[in-house]
Write a protein that binds this ligand. Sequence first.
Ligand code: BES
Ligand code: MN
Ligand code: ZN
Length: 563
Amino acid sequence: MNSVSGELTNLLESSRTVPMRVFVVSRLKKRGFQILPCFFSSSRLNVDQKGTVIGVKPSEVGTSDDADCQIDFFTKFGKKLAKTFFLEDIVKRTNFKGLKGQCLPLYGLRDSSLLVLSGLGKEDSTTFECVGDYIDDGINQLKESIRVAASVGVKQLMKDGCTVIEVDTMGDPAAAAEGATLATYHFHQLKTLKQNYSKNTMEDVRISPLNAHEEVCLQSWSKGVIYAECQNLARTLMELPANILTPSSFCERTVQLFNNFSDSVRCSIRDEEWIRGQGMEALYTVGKGSIEPTMFLEIEYCSSPEHAVLQDPLVFVGKGVTFDSGGISIKPSSRMEQMKADMGGAACVVGVIKAVASLGAPGRVIGLIPLCENMPSGDACRPGDVVRTRKGLTIEVENTDAEGRLILCDALSYADELYPDARAVISIATLTGAMDVALGAGATGAFCASRLLYTVIEESGHEAGDRFWRMPLFRHYQAQIKSDVADIKNVGGRSAGACTAAALLQNFISNKRFAHLDIAGVMHASPFEGSVCPYLSRGMQGRPVRSLIVLAEKLFSKERVYK
Ligand code: BES
Ligand code: MN
Ligand code: ZN
C-alpha cells in the first residue's frame, strides 16, 4: 500500500474509539474555511508534507444517511473517513457544498497528512451550471468535473506546501490523473532564483492515485498522466523563447524525446538543400530572412511492423514558426513576444506523437513539421515577391506576415503526394489573428469539408474536455485570394481572415479527409482573458493535444469504421 493512504488507513483503524476532537473553525481568506484542531502546531506544516484529495458531491435528498448534510462522500474510503472523523458535522458548519470548483481543507485531523475535500458538483450540471441560455458544449461533464476536482484539490495542497499528494480516483482514474498533472504545471526552467518560482511544480511534487490497488485502475491513471504530460510538453515547447528554441534545436529536442522509442518512432531532419530540392520555395522564402536555417522535420510512428506497410496513416502537419516578427510587413511590438509560440501547431504534433508512442497505441501516425523563423533582413522576402510552391502553383506574397499558410502549403502538398490514402490529414497552426477575434480561447476553429471527420474531431474534444467549432471551407473564399500577377495571393483582405487562410491551404491537398485546425485563439491564456478552465494556468496552453490523442485512438480503433 502506498504511503499516505496506508497511513490514513492505519489512523482510521486506530482512531475508531477516539472521541471527536474539538475543532476551531477559522475563515481563511475568501476561499472558504480551514479547520484546525485546538492543539495545532504550526511547525508540523513545514516538513515534507503529505496530502490527500477526496472527491465529494452535493448530497441528493434522500440518499445521504444524514438528511441535513450537504455532501455525499463519493468513495468508500471517503465514507469511512467521514464516519471516523465526524466530517459531516464539520462540513455542516461551513459553506462547503461539494460544488464543482469548491474545496475544503481539513487540516489537523491527524498528525502528518493534510486532507482536502474537493467538490465534483451535481452529476448533471453543465460547465457553467446553467442550461438553456447557453449552447451545451457537449463536454463529458462527468470526466470534466473529476479533472476539476482533482486539480483544485491538488493546487490547494500545493499552496499549503504538500510535496507528496494522493488523489482520489473518483471513478475515473484517467480524468483524475489529467486534472492533477495539468494543474501542477509551471514553466520555470529559465528561472535561477528560487524565490522567483512557485515552490511546488511537477518536478518536486509526487502525485499518485489513492487506494488504487487494481491493475486496471493503475493503468487508467498512467494513461491520464501520459495525456497530460504530453500536453505539458507542448506547453513547454511553446513557452521556450525563440533564442533557445530555433528550428534546429526544435529538431534536436524532438530526436531526444524519441530516443527511447527507436523501435516505433523514426525522425528525419531535412535541411535547406533538401527543402529546395523538393521545390518547397514557399517554405524556403519565409525562412530566408533569418540567420537560423529552415528545417523540415518528419516523424513517423508505427505501432508494429504490420502497421508500417499500412497505406492509410494519420498525418499531422504542424506550423513551426519559431518566431514570427511579421518579416518586412513587421508586426507592432505590443505582444510580439507571444510569437515565440507560433510553433504551437508543431508542438502539438510532437505532443500527440509522443503520447501515442508512450501508450503504444495501434496505428501509424506521421508528423510533418516545416520549421523556420520569420524575420526582416536584407535577405528577407519582400511584399510583392512571387514564389513557386512545391505543387507548382504560384503565390504572390502580398503580406510577409501571412507566412504560416506559405510554409503549410508546401508541407500539405508533400503529405498529399506521399500519403494519398491517408485516413486523415490534419494541419494544426497558430494561423490567424482573425481566428482569435472570432472564437477567442473558447474553441479551436476546425475547417473540415468532411462531416464524418469533423464529427470525430468534435467527439474527441468532448472526451478530452476541449472545444472545437466548425468553420467553413466554402469555395466562395477562393475569390478573395485571386492574384493579378500569380495564381493566388497570400492574403484575402480583412473579411473572413481565418477562412481565406484555410481556403488557401485547401488548394494544396486533394484528400477529402482534410481538416485544418486554427489554434491562434487557444494558444495562450492571460489572467485578463479569464481562465480557460481551472486546471490550465495562464501562459501557453498546449491545446488541443489531448483531443488529438483521443482522435488518433479513435481513427485506429477497430470498433469504429472510419474509411
Ligand atoms: N502567427 C500569426 C497569427 C497569430 C496572431 C497567432 C496572434 C496567434 C496570435 C500569423 O502568422 C499572422 O501574422 N497572421 C496575420 C495574417 C494577416 C497578415 C493576413 C494576422 O492574423 O494578422
Ligand atoms: Mn505572421
Ligand atoms: Zn505566424
